[in-house]
Design a binder for this molecule. Sequence first.
Ligand code: URP
Ligand code: ZN
Ligand code: ZN
Length: 460
Amino acid sequence: MSILIKNGHIVTGSDNYTGDIFIEGETISAIGTDLPVSATETIDATGLLVFPGAIDPHVHLEMPFMGTFSSDDYESGTRAALHGGTTTVIDFILQKQGNSLYDAYNEWSGRANNNAVGDYGFHMAVTDFNENTAREIRDLVEKEGITSFKIFMAYKGALMIDDKQMVGLMNEVKQQGGMVTVHATNGDMIDFLIAKHRAEGKMAPLYHYLSQPEVTEAEASERFAGIAGYTGCPGYIVHMTCEGALNAVRANNAKNQKVFAETCIQYLLLDASLYEKDFDGAKWVMSPPLREKKDQAALWAGINQGLVQVVATDHCPFKWEQKLMGKDDFSKIPNGHPAIEHRVELLYSEGVRKGKITLNKFVEVLSTNPAKIFGMHPRKGCIAPGSDADIVLFDPNYQHTLSVKTHHMNTDYSAYEGWELTGKVKTVLLRGKVAIDDNVCLLEKGYGRYIKRNKVSQMI
Ligand code: URP
Ligand code: ZN
Ligand code: ZN
């Protein structure tokens, strides 16, 4: 089986040119103009952007959380991702406190194997670091290709670890060639504010936002970056939302240390005024919460300054019935929102079209950087001979409206209902197979492959 993509406008993290891509089997075998090849199938890409499949390194599929499960499983979640041009996701395995990392690994593999439509990898969230956990890390890196280990500085009693555990984990992960990623917010301070608001009878979604002020994230980001710098362990802050946290990274850089930072599409585009819509605000209850317009401006600047390397989603969808678990108490609203399908189109329409980022930056933060940071490059994240033929053909002028009526995520509302976008995914290839063609998914569940990742690089 071979495919020739002809005459597309090819965009990578660094280049822009018109050309042809020849695919044999699962990989790209040649790139050029007027390639003298004969292919089983030819796709005319005239007028389309052609870029590497996007990678979403922050998703939660079928995750047990806050008394329920996130509502997309591996099948629906990776299929929706493909519809939106995301060919690979990295999901978070959660260790149960008191249990082993391998118990959790086996549980998550059982859910994903034979069900995913798109490719996927795992991060391991370490919620209980001890001597036994330490011993498992080496095997996870060497045998399973899990090279990033997540910690939560919040969600006490379920997921949070303390600073002593954080230092221990960083020492171990550094030795094994991995990276520590972090949900960086001050859990104790947040718990204090939640208790205070509840005691005052303040139960609306707005108080979720008011229980996690900017300082909770700035303080934890600074602490994490400092400890990562001290141990020399590569560090990565997930879902950064605000100017204060960005400035913590900036200050850390000034000490000639480095942590990577990821923001998510919602923090660039949505703001905290959505929490003023009474219980409807529950649609956007997530942690950290949406912030202010000045934080959006800071994050766009951070992307262009190279301080923020990745735009992910933190896709953690719930149906409305699940959100209603917190109808009378904001602290019981399952945290998270659906976004896996819309990140690429939103970032193009709101970012590239509105002049906030270049096309190359768009590809870099959606695909190339996550592939490099998380040990999948050059197999993923680029268009080059030998790379997996994960390719998006994108119509830059197509106008459409986002809606629950047309999305493919397993939620009964859209967090972006009515948003009018310019630019749409037209065709998606995953490892040389047409996965999406004009809104139709042509792959079956089970096609998605588990991607073992290499040791991480601090150099991008
Ligand atoms: O609200 C969120 N972000 N839910 C998912 C869990 C997490 O903290 O990433
Ligand atoms: Zn988080
Ligand atoms: Zn998350």
